[in-house]
Design a protein around this ligand. Structure first.
Ligand SMILES: Nc1ncnc2c1ncn2[C@@H]1O[C@H](COP(=O)(O)OP(=O)(O)O)[C@@H](O)[C@H]1O
Ligand SMILES: [Mg+2]
Length: 286
């Protein structure tokens, strides 16, 4: 069953002079088992949107369907705890929320909080830390002793330890260096492909969207501007240009070549395929 938003609106600071409609009549269906990128300008409503997925924010109007449950405006959601266990939400800069004395304790906090016994919580924490590539030598360290990238991994491990079936990540690679970004994206891809987790990633990084995501949702001014397959989205970059989105480098290069007389297939998917296609045409005409 897809995750769906139907006519969802959300208003911050309702009935105050600061009232602000952050989501307006959002209709959206997210395919389970895929990696979906949520993109859009800062302030467009991406974080507000994803915080509805585990009922951290409740809709002012409309309904959200997720994992066999329905969240309806104006009613108190039931079994909130199991929803929060099954829909793991990783906030932007989650490393600021590490608070336990040791890395292992911090990671085990989630499963323990959701009723798992202490030894099992520790086991799940160790598995999750291994998944994110934190070495055992760090388990007894204070989270404060870790590097920025490691802290972020530990924070993500804390969510993975609960074994959610839907993983929602709000700008998980913001501020990471290119190798940190790549290994983080590979991790999400693995969780999707090997453990069949539905992954939603809020991001500004089109290189990562192009490379790792299946679908893309563009949020604009509190509404869904477009939702389509990633390949289709980058096939014709006039859409990106119109929305002020810088396409991935390989797509820009393809467009430049085509503007200069080449006829490269628009579905080209990586830099080596692009190079081969260009070389073939040079040989043919040169
Ligand atoms: N707690 C809040 N109170 C009032 N307005 C908010 C709050 N959080 C976000 N907003 C406003 O709602 C809009 C959408 O915010 P957000 O969902 O955080 O956007 P994004 O994640 O796309 O940058 C922005 O204009 C933002 O200023
Ligand atoms: Mg945000």
């Amino acid at each position: 069953m897809p995750i769906s938003f139907e006519h969802v609106s959300y208003i911050y600071s309702k009935n105050t002079p600061y009232e602000y409609a952050a989501l307006k009549d959002v209709n959206l269906k997210i395919t389970e088992g895929k990696i979906t990128a949520i993109i859009g300008m800062t302030g467009s409503g991406k974080s507000t949107l994803v915080q509805h997925l585990n009922a951290l924010l409740l809709p002012e109007e409309g309904t959200i369907e997720i994992l066999d449950r329905t969240i309806t405006a104006g009613t108190k959601p039931k079994q909130l705890k199991s929803l929060r266990k099954n829909v793991g939400l990783v906030f932007q800069f989650p490393e600021y929320q590490l608070f336990e004395e040791t890395v292992l304790k911090d990671t085990a906090f989630g499963p323990k909080n959701f009723g798992v016994s202490e030894p099992e919580a520790i086991l799940k924490a160790k598995q999750a830390l291994q998944q994110v590539g934190i070495p055992e030598t760090c388990y007894e360290k204070s989270p404060l002793e870790l590097s920025g990238g490691q802290k972020r991994r530990v924070a993500i491990a804390g969510i993975l330890a609960m074994d959610p079936s839907v993983l929602v990540l709000d700008e998980p690679t913001a501020g990471l260096d290119p190798s940190g970004t790549a290994s983080m994206m590979k991790l999400f891809s693995r969780l999707n492909k090997e453990l069949n987790k539905t992954v939603l990633i809020v991001t500004h990084d089109m290189e990562q969207v192009f490379r790792y995501c299946d679908e893309v949702v563009v949020v604009e001014n509190g509404s869904i501007r477009t939702h389509m397959g990633v390949k289709e989205f980058f096939r014709d970059s006039s859409l990106c240009r119109e929305m002020n989105i810088l396409p991935p480098a390989v797509i820009r290069m393809r467009d430049m070549l085509n503007e200069n007389g080449f006829a490269i297939d628009p579905s080209i998917s990586d830099i080596s395929a692009l190079a081969r296609a260009a070389a073939k045409q040079v040989k043919k005409h040169g």
